[in-house]
Design a protein around this ligand. Structure first.
Ligand SMILES: NC(=O)c1ccc[n+]([C@@H]2O[C@H](COP(=O)([O-])OP(=O)(O)OC[C@H]3O[C@@H](n4cnc5c(N)ncnc54)[C@H](OP(=O)(O)O)[C@@H]3O)[C@@H](O)[C@H]2O)c1
Length: 328
């Protein structure tokens, strides 16, 4: 396993398992808990030691039991949880404390390796006060490291100016739909390690292998989805990016997902891909042990930029409506 060192000296694995739909009916975020935590067992078997969890995922109990029963020494695990930005969890210091205590109980542990504010909310004073509680929890050993999630540079500045430190990590969406380059540049400058959520979204076996054909029906669909704007340039760039991913994958004998994850690693970004399949889990974990030349990294980087203006359209077409687009 490869690691990055956080600004307080704690080492964080470069790859962890995303868990937001694990243990839920049909792998649906809002689905009922179904008690099926086999993906956690298989991930442990593959060698995963970091698990990206959150209070809001509702599955801390099942994941905590699975980790506990695995008998893997606690110090070998890196457990992440997140504090939801809702009044019952952040309305007062007591509320924050009650929330982390609940997470500790459910996760069956005395400490959380990385505890984050899950989402910002509009009350800046409340955000600062909550971050200060997290600082105290870190002092008390309830968590080893603290961070934030979905924070923009403005909000990171707020924490820096009012709390006198930057968080150790910021977890936000990093993929072809939104690279959030401005946020990543800010994090790099201040020594905050970015964690990519949704690191594999936007590319799939379907999209990576597809050569888009601009049939009249596809153009019509794109124009409808983009509310009248022309989406052809966007589609061309997107197509160029997925073709570049496949080109690099073929060159190094990797899968497209490994290219995405190795790309993040080389950019200094932790990734937390989620998979229910042991084959995918193993491939994803192994990605950071592969090599990619700086030249190929830069090539991919250039191809990736300039996509995003119509990301909602692309998302609809590549995921929800992949079959539909494929049928056109
Ligand atoms: N902080 C936040 O606000 C926030 C928001 C969203 C998500 N997250 C975290 O980020 C994690 C990851 O994000 P995500 O789950 O939305 O997306 P993701 O990990 O980018 O993508 C998951 C999808 O990729 C597929 N996949 C994984 N490995 C693959 C491989 N090697 N080949 C082909 N397909 C593969 C999975 O299917 P299979 O199961 O078939 O492999 C699954 O459908 C979440 O689980 C959660 O922990 C955090």
């Amino acid at each position: 396993m490869k690691y990055f060192t956080l600004n307080n000296g704690v080492e964080i694995p470069a790859i962890g398992l995303g868990t937001n739909t694990i243990g839920k009916a049909d792998g649906n975020y809002w689905g009922d808990l179904n008690g099926d935590y086999r993906p956690i067992y298989t991930a442990l078997k593959c060698g995963y030691r970091m698990f990206d969890n959150a209070r809001g995922y509702r599955n801390e109990g099942g994941i905590g039991n699975t980790l506990y029963e695995s008998k893997i020494p606690r110090e070998e695990l890196f457990i992440i949880s997140k504090l939801p930005g809702i009044p019952e969890c952040v309305g007062s210091e007591a509320a924050v404390r009650a929330t982390i205590e609940d997470s500790l109980r459910l996760l069956r542990t005395d400490y959380i390796d990385l505890y984050m504010i899950h989402h910002p909310w509009s009350d800046m004073g409340g955000l600062v006060a909550t971050y200060e509680v997290l600082m105290r929890l870190r002092e008390e050993g309830k968590c080893r490291t603290i961070g934030v999630s979905n924070f923009t540079p403005d909000l990171l500045d707020l924490i820096l100016n009012r709390c006198g430190e930057v968080p150790s990590v910021n977890e936000y969406q990093i993929n072809v739909f939104d690279w959030h380059d401005e946020t990543t540049a800010y994090c790099k400058e201040k020594g905050i390690v970015p964690i990519a959520w949704g690191p594999l979204l936007g590319v799939s076996n379907f999209t990576a292998s597809r050569t888009w054909t601009f049939t009249p029906d596809l153009v019509k669909l794109l124009i409808q989805r983009s509310q009248g704007k022309s989406a052809i340039d966007e589609l061309n760039r997107y197509s160029g990016y997925t073709a570049a991913v496949m080109e690099i994958a073929e060159k190094y004998g990797m899968s497209w997902s490994q290219v995405q994850l190795l790309y993040n690693y080389k950019a200094g970004i932790v990734s937390i891909p989620k998979s229910f399949s042991i084959e995918h889990q193993a491939a994803n974990l192994a990605a950071v042990d592969r090599e990619m030349s700086d030249e190929d990294f830069n090539y991919l980087h250039d191809k990736a930029r300039g996509i995003g203006e119509l990301k909602g359209v692309m998302h609809a077409i590549t995921h929800k409506d992949a079959k539909m687009a494929g049928d056109i």
